[in-house]
Design a binder for this molecule. Structure first.
Ligand code: G6P
Ligand code: MG
Length: 215
């Protein structure tokens, strides 16, 4: 029987992926690199610094900046991103998610957030759903981002659950790999997991129970 669900944030709880893309493409343009939505798929679930490294590599500029300059670029992107998300609120929760969180709570299932984003706590607060979460991964403390399993391993620890007692929900390939690396069953939202849904509207309590049977 499933005892916990670990959710990714961007693309599962709210659609901030578009804002990450806007902020990265704006910054990339400033340094002469054009990125498109297809390339952006590779950045989903990937940490801020690793995303910047991937963009520089894509533009053949990986050796053009010092570490300090790269830090400044990442900070610039984040400042822009924070501006873009400053007005997000309850209306930006993806369809079906709050009802699912309520149902999980009513059934005594623990809930964690397994996001690589350092902005995750602020976003949860803005969405007004932080009280549903028993544990939120502190991305500042996690060295290896997705596809490494560290974030989900930390979330399992935070919920005090074994991998076979929880399922993970992800919208990115790197995230599915991370869930599997932590030894858990993965539900894919628009991406290939062990149990798949096309959108969060289809992500019901029944789907969670179905996934837990795969455990
Ligand atoms: C999530 C997103 C990534 C983002 C990462 C770090 O995993 O899917 O696109 O790069 O978080 O986000 P941050 O808010 O810390 O820059
Ligand atoms: Mg995501």
């Amino acid at each position: 029987m499933v005892k916990g669900v670990i959710f990714d944030l961007d693309g599962v709880i709210t659609d901030t992926a578009g804002y990450h893309f806007l902020a990265w493409s704006h910054l990339a343009k400033e340094i002469g690199i054009e990125i498109d939505e297809e390339f952006n798929e590779k950045l989903k679930g990937v940490s801020r610094m690793e995303s910047l490294e991937a963009i520089l590599k894509y533009g053949n500029k990986e050796n053009e900046f010092t570490w300090e300059e790269k830090e400044a670029l990442a900070t610039k992107k984040n400042e822009h991103y924070k501006e873009l998300i400053q007005n997000i609120s309850k209306k930006d929760i993806l369809p079906g998610i709050e009802a699912l969180l309520k149902e999980l709570k009513a059934n005594n299932i623990k809930i964690a957030l397994g996001s690589a984003s350092k902005n995750a706590p602020v976003i949860l607060k803005q969405l007004g759903i932080e009280e549903y979460f028993d544990y939120v991964v502190d991305a500042n403390q996690i060295k290896n981002s997705k596809p490494a399993p560290d974030i989900f391993i930390d979330a399992l620890k935070g919920l005090n659950l074994k991998p076979e007692e929880a399922v993970g929900v992800e919208d990115a390939e790197a995230g599915i790999e991370a869930i599997h690396g932590a030894g858990m069953v993965a539900i894919g939202v628009g991406v290939n997991g062990d149990v798949n849904v096309n959108s969060t509207e289809e992500l019901t309590y029944d789907v969670i129970l179905r996934a837990s049977k795969v455990c």
